[in-house]
Design a protein around this ligand. Sequence first.
Ligand code: PEP
Ligand code: MG
Length: 582
Amino acid sequence: MTLALSGQVVEAGIAVGQAHNIQRNEIEIGEYRIETQRIDGEIQRLLDAVREASDKLQDLALRLRATAGASGEEIVRAHLAMLNDSSLVQAATEHIRDQLCNAEWALQLQLEALLAEFRSIDDDYLRSREEDVAQVVRMVQQQLSEESEELPLSDVPDRLGHTLVVATELTPAQLAVLHERGVAGVITEHGSPYSHTAILARGMGIPIVMGVHRAQSLITEGEQLVLDGAYGIVFADPEPSILNYYLAKQSESDRYRQNLAALRHEPASSLDGQPVCLLANAERGADIRQALSDGAEGVGLLRSEYLFMQGTPPDEEGQLAHYREAVDALEGAPLTIRTLDIGADKTPELLRFESLRNLPNPALGLRAVRLCLREMDLFQTQLRAILRAAAYGPVRCMIPMLTTDREVLAVRSLIDELRLELKKEGLASADTLELGGMIEVPAAALALESVGRKLDFISIGTNDLIQYTLAADRVDENVAHLYDPEHPGVIHLLSHIFRTAKRMQLPVAVCGELAGDRRYTRLLLALGLTEFSMQPRSLLEIKKVIRETDVGKARAALDQWTAGEAPDLTLAQMLNQSQLNH
Ligand code: PEP
Ligand code: MG
């Protein structure tokens, strides 16, 4: 009899196969006292375990470079940075010394202290980082316990085709190993859609449902499973009608993906001849190269804050090296580097800034350019690195979260000063640097005439623009039903941006998730968008919709909808209907 289980939606995709339960390698963390003369030995035991765990992660990071792409490697490296962070190991060492306790317990004490610190911050993104810290600590504790084994996955077969793994929870490293072994899908009892494990699953395209309560006890080993990632549903022992429905859906989607590959070298232009520029949102060389091979014409968004998620903030040379990696990968194609967007739902490193502690409302507080203009050392270092990178290729600079023209002027004059400074120091840098702004704050959209006056281009950050327009937190599932890109308020605001930018002859891109979501491609085309920047995985899919759209007809449908002439249809329905031959 079919058993239907539900969990959190993380990555759309269908998987059909046999269940394989992997048991969590639970270890008892006991506390015992040690003699004073054993302190040094116990500290050494801790350091050895950290080194061994670190070697394993290093090794995994290198393997992942080949199999799971740059994002997989990056996430494991973030764990490595956490492992080597002094607030973990140093503090545990001090616990051993002060409290005369064993290394496992010392780590546990420090883990609890760090978790308490995380929990005092009301922020979903940071809460999901708790999982990372706990996973890293567990890895060292496992190393300390005699029965440690590599990534508690020794009971998992080497080849996992047609297998759906069911686990209590998975670390990104474990997920990456499952991917290497060809896992068809994953079900976990715990984990949030914002965790690194979830981000990695999306990047690797693994169908996954997280937060399926009691999955391990409800699903029997070897049982037939169907996973529907788009709805966050798992069917155990499905009846033939369900199974056949999903098998058919799966082969349809396989065919669809294969057909997409044929579009790689086709132009991205609409049925009525409107050329469209497709760009990638990407940070690392490997992802950029992949995007170029799928037809991207450059990078429209490099989120530089990712560089700051890995422990010690990179200095000017470190940033320059990273940006140059991107410039080199692009081989002459344009690169848009967004200056740091930290604050609100972004990056734990920001905790180190005094100015960011205890903000009453982080999403409306010091974030992005607001923070950069406060933390001048940090900002100047980044702008210097961007100016220097621009000596090697077509680099543009983009400011996130603009609210007023004063911010644009402040950044412009800073760039001018730094250019002179670099010249004096004899360092190669760009003579001119195009400066763009992200339109994410509704007031900046409404006042584009003034905010955009001194900008060379704009890019609409729909993720934030929608959240701020609708006053609906983008990471709060309680208000997810309000987060509607087709809300008339959002459409009016977007239309206003496109009309104003056209008048001002200001180039406009969209780099929020909307640009890579095929449900909204026709809407964006109808609004007048000709530059889409998106996660590389969506490039071909979006190109397909563009090639199947008559922009003139879509625009007429949007005008009709705006005039309230088809109240019974949703905007998406009208846009799709407009494409049918009459
Ligand atoms: C956006 O807000 O749409 C955007 C692209 O920026 P981020 O998602 O990084 O805030
Ligand atoms: Mg944003």
